[in-house]
Design a protein around this ligand. Structure first.
Ligand SMILES: Nc1ncnc2c1ncn2[C@@H]1O[C@H](COP(=O)(O)OP(=O)(O)O)[C@@H](O)[C@H]1O
Ligand SMILES: [Mg+2]
Length: 145
């Protein structure tokens, strides 16, 4: 059975923990392990933080993040698909951005490991971005397989 949820939030730091908890709560119907939930929260946290710190030049409530989650339930667990979308400045060179330790904000305590963490903790990952239009991170977690 398929299920989905869509969540639109302002790209503000205070929404980061809400976003990761909301996605984790939605995933509960797939009976994830504690470790699955922890992986999902970590990956969502990195993606949402990127929208907040990198996508938008100015801080404001009009800057939005769209989170779309879909689940495909199987007998034991299933698949969780997560898309995290912003309408910000986009990424010029996607391959460069995916390189471990690459960051455009080195002075700002950024480790450059966000995308590496998302790829490590999730089972599927892809990044689409267009300069001036925004960025979409798609991730999949297989639960109970
Ligand atoms: N949503 C986004 N919008 C624009 N640029 C982004 C976005 N997410 C990531 N980036 C770019 O990709 C780089 C690498 O991201 P990441 O691996 O999370 O490292 P960090 O966030 O520590 O810089 C960032 O430094 C930034 O230049
Ligand atoms: Mg990051």
């Amino acid at each position: 059975m398929e299920n989905y949820m869509k969540l639109e939030i302002a790209a503000l730091g205070e929404n980061e923990s809400f976003a990761r908890s909301a996605v984790a709560a939605f995933a509960l119907s797939l009976n994830p392990s504690f470790s699955d939930l922890s992986d999902i929260k970590t990956a969502v946290s990195e993606a949402v933080t990127n929208c907040i710190v990198h996508a938008y030049q100015t801080n404001g409530e009009e800057n939005k993040i769209l989170i779309v989650c879909r689940t495909q339930k199987r007998e034991n667990g299933g698949e969780l698909h997560i898309e995290i979308i912003d309408y910000g400045k986009g990424i010029d060179d996607v391959d460069e951005a995916l390189t471990p330790f690459f960051t455009t904000l080195p002075d700002d305590e950024r480790s450059g490991m966000g995308f590496t963490i998302m790829q490590t903790f999730m089972d599927g990952f892809s990044l689409h971005s267009k300069r001036g239009e925004g960025t979409r991170v798609s991730m999949t977690k297989s639960i109970g397989v």
